[in-house]
Design a protein around this ligand. Structure first.
Ligand code: KMH
Ligand code: ZN
Length: 269
């Protein structure tokens, strides 16, 4: 089995400081959270940014600051969001890709997202994929429902995505694919040979799905974007969530990938 790549989804767009005091919001806080996650075993930091009021933003300059804060502290792979928040437009969402980060997310379909709609029509998907290709950014396909996998593979067929294919199964968003291991098996079955995958379980599903991924040879994403709690009623920090996966991987005898080892697995650089 490959070494385990742990992604720390540090910020997100839906959670606020009112929900948890542990959420990093400013670029400096995002930098500090990233190095703590790195020290705990994370190879990738999946980031969103927030404006001065703590609201979700896709502002390129805020991303530039946050990435600089991360880079000053550690060599973790930075993966920017192009999902942003529901209701954001395509031009707003695509902004951080022009900073040429090592990775960016690419959602390949529209999905109900709690009370909203996460809008990803075909022309936006192609626009995002093309910009990532032009800027040399490795996409991570964000799969919220099973029909998004064939759409991702269509981009490959069209030449809009080249090289290594990496998928993130986001399971348990209300409106998306349920966080059930039976669904996970079907998702993995749809991938072409050589593709890699990670699982982001939402809420209380984060922990059991992490264990499934570790034992099945997949990779794991944890963090406050997807889950606020360490256990029922106890708020977590990003670092604690990453450290728990590192410990579980140790018990299950799955070594953890450094950022450089993750770069090799993902064909980056
Ligand atoms: N905030 C969600 C609507 C991504 O980062 O690419 C979308 C999201 C996915 O978080
Ligand atoms: Zn995200």
């Amino acid at each position: 089995m490959q070494k385990l790549i742990i992604t720390a989804a540090l910020v997100g767009a839906e959670v606020s400081r009112e929900d948890t005091p542990h959420l990093p919001v400013t670029p400096k806080e995002i930098g500090e959270a990233a190095v703590k996650a790195f020290d705990a075993g994370a190879a990738i930091a999946h980031i969103h940014v927030r404006d001065a009021d703590g609201n979700p933003s896709q502002d390129r300059e805020l991303y530039r600051e946050a990435i600089a804060e991360i880079r000053r502290r550690c060599d973790i792979i930075v993966q920017v969001s192009t999902g942003g928040a529901v209701d954001m437009g395509a031009d707003e969402r695509i902004q951080p890709v022009d900073l040429r980060p090592e990775m960016a997310t690419l959602t390949t379909g529209t999905v109900n997202f709690g009370g909203g709609v996460f809008y990803n029509p075909p022309e936006w998907i192609r626009q995002f994929a093309l910009r990532m290709k032009e800027q040399g950014v490795r996409p991570e396909f964000e799969i919220f429902d099973s029909g998004m996998i064939p759409t991702a593979l269509l981009l490959v067929k069209e030449g809009l995505v080249e090289g290594h294919l990496h998928f993130d199964f986001v399971m348990g968003v209300p409106g998306g694919i349920p966080a059930d291991p039976r669904h996970l098996l079907l998702l993995v079955d749809q991938l072409p040979p050589g593709a890699t995958w990670t699982v982001a379980g939402v809420g209380r599903h984060q922990l059991p799905l992490s264990v499934w991924a570790i034992t099945m040879g997949g990779h794991v994403r944890v963090g406050l974007e997807d889950n606020l709690y360490y256990r029922k009623g106890e708020l977590a920090t990003n670092e604690q969530l990453v450290a728990r996966v590192s410990r579980l991987a140790g018990e299950l005898q799955r070594p953890i990938a450094t950022p450089d080892e993750a770069r090799k697995i993902l064909g980056i650089g």
